[in-house]
Design a protein around this ligand. Structure first.
Ligand code: IPM
Ligand code: MN
Length: 351
């Protein structure tokens, strides 16, 4: 039996997680599978009450005793420095060495894209964001803070090992999933260190003669993603560029309300989270779109070997959109968080 740790987190996190778990219930009854769930209390509330973000022993346990971790969202106005979110979310990515941030952007319904004349088959992207290096490593600091001489430095870390493993993962995924093209985005024309990405991309890509490879500078990538999204299948890039591109890609297919993600290190525990944040102003109002969390559950099911269940969850979300059972962020929906979750769970159970 697969073991799942759930960190519902802050803001709309608990609400969207509740809907995802409702759908998991439906999956279990329909597919007779079982997932053992343990809920963990970490988040802003816990941090404010105890001063503890995520105890180191818990991090070890997460890495050792679970197959999956499901996170709702982290971020709370009462923690303006966001230190708990950094400790928990970035903490898991870094300390569990989850070097692959997998962020698909698929168009479920033509009406969801803001791009004119694009069809469902034009938007089917997989973004692989390097998740353990880059500008996120917190190497640097602030000197003479608050003075006119203030200096703020953040170093970008790129290791050959780190660049190679994410690029290889992108090619392996492309091959395993019938894709024929991988695009790498960097800024090698301005940042000399990025030549490492170019060289490794050529070297590793050379081992996959069945897959075409091309490269873009990140600025041109952003432009082309909007202009000709159909020319991309798999995109691999560094941590910060991947953060930005995945938000851009999400809006091309309906927005953050529909964007799922997985953080992986093949063979180890995987962490799943909707790409969206905790959206404090929306919390507790039954207005958040639970579909991103539900699609994220689908990625988890696929990972733990329940491919049929994952497909059923995907299909139910697609059907809900087609039937107009949506929250107000997409297609002028009139339904609440719970009603959308109920509908999708029922669909999974019965279709
Ligand atoms: C994301 C988020 C995080 C990131 C923040 C909350 C630190 O934007 O998961 O994309 O930048 O990685
Ligand atoms: Mn982001």
């Amino acid at each position: 039996m697969s073991k799942l740790a759930v960190i519902a987190g802050d803001g709309i996190g608990p609400e969207v997680v509740a809907e995802a778990l409702k759908v998991l219930d439906a999956v279990e009854s329909r597919f007779r599978s079982r997932v053992e769930i343990e809920r963990l209390p970490y988040g802003a509330e816990h941090y404010l009450a105890t001063g503890v973000t995520l105890p180191p022993a818990e991090m070890q346990r997460l890495g050792r005793d679970f197959d999956s971790i499901f996170v709702g969202a982290l971020g709370d106005p009462r923690v303006p420095g966001n230190e708990h979110a950094r400790d928990i979310l970035l903490g898991m990515r870094f300390q569990l060495d989850l070097y692959v941030n997998e962020r698909p952007a698929r168009l479920f319904d033509e009406r969801l894209t803001p791009l004119k004349g694009k069809r469902v088959e034009d938007l089917d992207l997989m973004i692989f964001r390097e998740n353990t290096e880059g500008l996120y490593v917190s190497i640097g600091g602030i000197f003479k803070q608050g003075t006119p001489d203030e200096i703020a430095i953040a170093e970008e870390l790129n290791t050959r090992r780190g660049v190679e493993r994410i690029i290889r993962h992108a090619f392996e995924w492309a091959r395993a999933n019938g894709r024929t093209r991988v695009t790498m985005a960097d800024k090698a024309n301005a940042i000399a260190a990025h030549s490492l990405w170019r060289r490794v991309f050529e070297e590793v890509g050379g081992e996959y003669p069945d897959i075409r490879r091309d490269t873009r500078y990140i600025d041109a990538m952003a432009m082309d993603l909007v202009r000709t999204p159909e020319s991309f299948q798999v995109i691999v890039t560094g941590n910060l560029f991947g953060d930005i591109l995945s938000d851009l890609a999400s809006i091309l297919v309906g927005g953050l309300g529909l964007a799922p993600s997985a953080n992986r290190h093949p063979g180890r525990v995987a962490m799943f989270e909707p790409v969206h944040g905790s959206a404090p102003p929306m919390a507790g109002k039954d207005v958040a779109n639970p579909m991103a969390a539900i699609l994220t559950l689908g990625m988890m099911l696929e990972t733990v070997g329940s491919a049929d269940a994952a497909r059923a969850v995907d299909r139910a979300v697609r059907d809900a959109i087609a039937a107009g059972i949506t929250t107000s962020d997409i297609l002028g929906g009139k339904h609440g968080t719970r009603a959308v979750g109920d509908w999708i769970a029922e669909r999974v159970r019965s279709v």
